[in-house]
Design a protein around this ligand. Sequence first.
Ligand code: ADP
Length: 396
Amino acid sequence: MNDAVLVLNAGSSSIKFALFSAADPESAPLIKGRIGGIGRAPDFSARDADGVELAEDGLIAIDTTAGHGELTTRLLEWLDDHDNSLNLIAAGHRVVHGGQSFAAPAMITADVMSKLQKLVTLAPLHQPHNLAAVDAVSERMAGLPQVACFDTSFHRTQPRLAQLFALPRELSDQGLIRYGFHGLSYEYIASVLPDHLGDGANGRVVVAHLGNGASMCAMKERQSIATTMGYTALDGLMMGRRCGAIDPGVILHLVNGMGMSPAEVERLLYQKSGLLGVSGISNNMQVLQESAEPNAREAIDLFCYRAAGQLGMLATALGGLDAIVFTAGIGENSSTVRQRICDRLTWLGVELDVEANQTNATKISRPEAAIEVLVVATNEEQVIAKAALGLVGAPG
Ligand code: ADP
């Protein structure tokens, strides 16, 4: 039997999963895949460690009405059918919100679940799905140790000022603070920084996680000291569908002036804004880059303008800048976006090597530049697998 750790990342409309060998969690996952289009037109794909497509050998039974819990159950059944030599020894979950109390991964117990349930209001679009996946695993595999890994934990090292809103003190005391997200991605990048920067890894680094969701993290000594997302994952950078930082007066106007309901405003800010809202074409950066429409170009321009601006803010929090790391779908693949952001930062000492950037090389800054710029692929799943193994104990 092959001892393995199942990693589940239940997002708003997808469940991503990966199965890691317990003996060698740093290798490519044994199986990796996703169920996408949940609630609309669900689809399932899975690949083995060599990238060979596996989904055809036993299509998972899904229907359009199935929710995250039911689909997790289908997935567990598929895994069972697919390879019965696998012996699951733990499941690790990405959980968006750990509030103020979870600064590290936690073994899931009834008590932990009830605490996580209370945080649903802080991340209503993600947390319920994360918890539904935990419940589905408990039901089908009673007794399997489950571990929650939080997107917020990495930021709990931030100084108090970086976490405070300028709101009445009693609200901050009630937990209305800046939590920050994408912490599992930042933890992975922090763990591999010495491979790329040597001693410089402990310097002043901004990591730009640019995917569908996008944020940046300022790190000193590989710890978070500031980030662009706040109380929710809506703040900060412009994203695929989310607006990012916005004048709160606009929201008051939407409600009081235009009579929109809170649910309509939520949908506008989370689903209809960002690249999609500005372009009117797509939330997908690649699609926009291939479009000749002026509105697509303007959406990309705004994305880069705002990203460069927020990077400047983080450089101020750091008191200077030694390195920038681009990661996630856009950060790892879009030389255009990296170039446009960096072009706005030449005053800081950023100078790209055009050819290295175009080929997605790891180091894309010029050798003589004051600031090193890197492209590093993130691996949130591996962080979760290692955390789960750390808590359940590696097999003896
Ligand atoms: P998620 O937040 O869903 O994990 P990803 O990190 O996969 O998102 O990033 C998705 C984004 O990356 C999309 O906007 C997609 O267009 C963009 N992307 C992926 N590949 C490329 C590419 N070659 N050029 C430009 N953008 C890309």
